[in-house]
Ligand binder design. Sequence first.
Ligand code: C2E
Ligand code: CA
Ligand code: CA
Length: 798
Amino acid sequence: MRWITRPYARRLQWRIVMLFVGLLVVVQAASFLAIRRDLEVNARATIAQELATGEKVLRRLLAANAQNIADASTVLAADFGFRAAVASGDRATVADALDNHGARIGAEVAFYTDAASRLVAATTTHGDAAARALSGRMAGTAPAADLSLVAVIDQRPYQIVTVPVRAPQLIGHVAMGFPVGSALLRDVEQIAGLRTALAVRAGGAAWQVLPPADAAPADHDELATQVRALGMPSAAATVLLEGEQYAMRVAPLGRSGGTEAAVLLLQSVDDAVAPFRRLQLILLAISGAGLAVFTLGSIYTARQITRPIQALSRSAERLGAGDYAVPVAVQAQDEVRDLARSFEAMRQGLQQREQEIRRLAYWDTLTGLPNRAQFHGALLAQLASQKPLSVLMLDLDRFKHVNDVLGHAFGDRLLRQIAARLRSGGLAEHDLVARLGGDEFAVMLPGADADTAIDTARRLRTLLEQPLTLDDHTIDVSAGIGIAAHPAHGSEADTLLVRAEMAMYAAKSQPAHETGVMLYSAAIDSSSEASLSLLTELRAAVAQDQLRLYLQPKIAMATGAVVGAEALVRWQHPLRGMIPPMQFIPFAEQTGFIRELTGWMIERCSMRYAELQRRGIDLKFAINLSTRDLLDQHLPAKMERLFARGGVQPQALCLEITESAIMDDPERALQTLQSLHAMGLRLSIDDFGTGYSSLAYLKRLPLHELKIDRSFVMGMETDRADLKIVRSTIDLAHNLGLTVCAEGVENAQTWALLKALHCDEAQGYLMGKPMPETDFAGWLLDWHAPQARLRTEFAPFI
Ligand code: C2E
Ligand code: CA
Ligand code: CA
């Protein structure tokens, strides 16, 4: 596009100019040539005309001359003395008279012939010769008064005029001769504006130009040579004198005795053509000027035509390059203007569509936040700067539940509210909040290291935890937030996103009293090398029997009897020694390995149960279940098979489930719990007080026991608030028909307090730490219930 349209428009412009100018040049040249030819023809005709006129003038002058001479001769012819002399036949007297008379009128030649044209007398030898030359001619003709001829005498032309002499009848002729010379020719030159020269030739030979009697012109020899060379076969010819062209016309004067005389009339061609040349030049100048004006005009016109096209093609280029911002503004007329308008309409359409596409492509329509694509792009751009940054990924807890119970429209509005909270959540200007989809949000914190990101995450979580009221429903919102930091956890956008997500899932599966914020680490990453090897090791742990069952006694407070034990797992690692459960349970939950672990635990507990039974010890075993176990639809069936084999009875097992494990997917948890309950298993809610379970929900669960979280129990002796929480929890549990177990009893005063508050069971380091299963029977033998008196200060709280 770029390299076709614009040069094309430019070419178009030049083609228009070339066409116009080319046509004009052809027309101008044709008319110029035609005019030029006409002018030449005209010039030639003019020259011919002038030469003809010159000849006429010559003849007129000759005629006028002849008349003058004739008049003078007539006087002589009428002179009595002369006639008497003629009559007397006195030749000498006649010759005298001729001499006198001739001299008077300036004749060079004078002679008298008798009636039979015989020469009687002549003035000079010239006269003799002339008379002899003329006698032949005059003999045959009837002599007339105006008889005038030019005869060549001694290579010179003479005008001879003959008049009759009568007495009274014709007795002879008087003839007078004058040289045709410079005076006559000068007259011709002056009147006709021509150059002249005299020429003679003898009997068909080449013409010879005679030098004038006075000074010969400089180019005389040149003329003589050319005329001699020409031979003058025709009346008109051209000669070149001193570089100038002359048209020449031969005006014959006459002949005598085989010699011809003529006047050469010469007209300068250049002089004659000069006015035409001037005309031609003017014409040429006008043509040139016209051409120049026309060329400028056609360039202007072509510009007018092509400029809008160029502007259009520039617009098209911009549109092609995806720049829809600049309007198509083209100053044009007619079709081009219409085209420009169509272009503009097209541009606006494209621009709108592009904006719409951008909006759909980069913005979340529900919340108005940037979407995943935009977030990803921004992350890429930020990473390119090489500066540190953190990514938070945030997933709402129990959102599916809200959607199911309160409807999708409600869920949508909730998401919008949450988006608004996140946006106004005290984030910096350059921080970017996006909705990735569903109830998942992400925040990019440019410049933030892991610690700053953890602070921000905690702040956001606190912000979200403020209850939200929508349509009279008050919703407790909480979220798990995962963090991945650049460069610590990766330098690629995808890696950071995946790791932040992993951290988020880990945060959500944390025990509920944790913060709900988790920073990525290799340990939580089931795809990291460390985790892969950990998983392999865990599998090996089961196969190679490295897991250990530890038991922690549960005491009935009223009697002080050991009624059961909580089963807790330990990992006897061949290299790392005894590993506490918190170091691998979350990982096992994430990878799903927890199911195998739970299976191992149940298996192990039922074996120990049977062994203790054989010794006459009747204990209930409390086993911990995780979210994954609850979501495992095969769990009830697995239990069923266990009980079918005998050994352990359902009533002997208690399953401890945390609040958060239930609240992740309450409906499914409820189903599983109901099946387990139906089988006769006891169910206990663990870590009570740290989660967000609503009473309404608790009421629907088929529970037997409520375990107060050890954080409250451990603090109740020193912290009045904890004490109150414990007290009201015990009341609440009893009101719901549940037994209460307090875990984390570390001192006798706590024991006394709990007893006074009618707590049903207790568990803690005071009575017994978790111990290897094989030690339990021995421990039982030494067992004495704690004896403690409640301090009086607690009396008001009982
Ligand atoms: P939990 O279910 O709340 O287990 C009670 C924890 O409190 C045990 O820690 C126990 O040692 C500790 N504890 C008991 N009395 C006291 C006390 O007086 N003071 C103090 N400071 N702590 C006391 P443990 O064994 O490290 O287990 C930690 C958590 O690991 C358990 O918390 C449970 O959530 C999980 N867990 C342990 N074994 C298993 C298992 O087999 N399956 C599952 N799913 N989770 C397990
Ligand atoms: Ca437990
Ligand atoms: Ca617990």
